[in-house]
Design a protein around this ligand. Structure first.
Ligand code: NAD
Ligand code: MG
Length: 385
């Protein structure tokens, strides 16, 4: 059996680590082409050596000497900068896992799509900012987009063999995040340390804050809108604190299909890596008798306005979802730096969106320019605490 080739963009992150953990368990079946990171050259070099990658790329050019030194004596090619990142992403691979966080992942994801390959998409921000541009490119280049995000991976599995026209609802489940039972007054006081401690999932800092504000579910609503074109009115959100049901599809005959599993990203990643086959994971089997109770409740958009803002952005379309995403990225970074209160994140995104009517982006360059403009606006509107 010839080994399958894989590239991992964002290899040093949480999704990158989960992907590499699965590959490590069946190393003879995989050959690693490209591994990338933002600035952590030492960790990237260690991974590149372990997996015998062809190329290792750091986005931060200042880290290139360190990366080169750490890879000395190997024949792994070391490179740096955004164009090197895009070049690495465009190397042919049987599957490219897009696991960079934020809109920074957009250009590399697009490069992998333009290759016509299979992309395991974790980088939801790229689909939120550039939904139409990306999905059109997928069709034009004959690429295959497989969702890694647990909800979308669940929906993808529940849709298999069915026609979208028979779908009544697609329901995204949300854990509700660490503050789901907090009052508005408590939310005002929420700290970064509290926000990044998710009750069910172990994730990067940005998505952890997004889970706490419910922007994660808002971004996922827009992600689902592009991945599963049933219309926004057929997409719903329900809070499910146990994170066992990862999402559901209800059909016109009243049948609801759901995908269940442990709260471990290795399950949806494995489903993507092996698709349309299956592979083993080391995850604990689901013990429903031990879990006992699965509960569901409607989201509270008073305390957590993010899903309302995201739905409005999806309805508005054009460049608005890119503005929502960019404003949220800036607000989350400011919150993590202690410069913005927790409840100001959604308020700030709303401020940035208000009165801003950019033209719809038609190309990747348009989206990147709009993202930069929206970030600039988000920074300019930031009040010092
Ligand atoms: P993370 O912060 O743990 O890792 C992010 C990776 O991207 C790292 O390798 C980092 O070096 C790289 N990176 C960061 N900024 C970069 C930049 N400017 N240029 C190039 N590379 C950069 O994040 P994560 O939790 O692994 O999330 C990655 C993506 O997957 C996000 O879009 C997130 O929403 C999505 N996702 C994550 C999870 C999860 O459980 N962690 C679940 C679903 C979806
Ligand atoms: Mg998710």
């Amino acid at each position: 059996m010839t080994a399958r080739t894989i590239s991992i963009l964002g290899a040093t992150g949480s999704i990158g680590a989960s992907t590499l953990d699965l590959i490590r368990r069946e190393k003879n079946k995989w050959r690693v082409v490209a591994l990338t990171a933002n600035g952590n050259a030492a960790e990237l070099a260690t991974l590149a050596r372990e997996f015998g990658a062809e190329v290792a790329v750091v986005a931060d050019e200042a880290r290139l000497p360190q990366l080169r030194e750490a890879l000395a004596g190997t024949n792994i090619h070391a490179a740096a900068g955004t164009s090197a990142l895009t070049e690495a992403a465009s190397r042919p691979a049987d599957i490219t896992v897009a696991a960079i966080v934020g809109c920074a992942g957009l250009a590399p994801t697009m490069a992998a799509i333009e290759n016509g390959g299979t992309i395991g998409l974790a980088n939801k921000e790229s689909l939120v900012s550039a939904g139409e541009v990306l999905t059109k490119a997928v069709a034009r280049h004959g690429a295959t987009l497989l969702p890694v995000d647990s909800e979308h991976n669940a929906i993808f599995q529940c849709l298999a063999g069915n026609d979208l026209e028979h779908v009544r609802w697609i329901t995204l489940t949300a854990s509700g995040g660490p503050f789901r039972d907090w009052s508005h007054d408590q939310l005002i006081q929420a700290t970064p340390a509290q926000a990044v401690k998710h009750p069910n999932w172990d994730m990067g800092a940005k998505i952890s804050v997004d889970s706490a504000t419910m922007f994660n579910k808002g971004l996922e609503l827009i992600e689902a809108f592009h991945l599963f074109p049933v219309g926004l009115e057929r997409l719903r959100i329900i809070v499910h604190p146990q994170s066992i049901v990862h999402s559901m599809v209800e059909y016109r005959d009243g049948s609801t299909l759901a995908q269940l599993g442990p709260s471990d990203m290795r399950v949806p990643i494995a489903s993507t890596l092996a698709w349309p086959q299956r592979m083993d994971t080391p995850c604990e089997p689901l013990d429903l008798a031990q879990i006992g109770t699965l509960t569901f409740r409607a989201p509270d958009e008073e305390r957590f306005p993010a899903t309302r803002l995201a739905r409005q952005a999806a309805e508005a379309g054009g460049g608005i979802p890119a503005v929502l995403n960019a404003a949220n990225e800036i607000a989350v970074a400011a919150f993590l730096a202690g410069q913005l209160g927790f409840t100001r994140i959604a308020a700030h995104v709303e401020d940035v969106l208000s009165g801003f009517a950019p033209p719809a982006p038609a190309t990747l360059e348009d989206v990147i320019a709009l993202d930069a403009e929206a970030r600039h606006r988000a920074l300019a509107l930031m009040e010092p605490v």
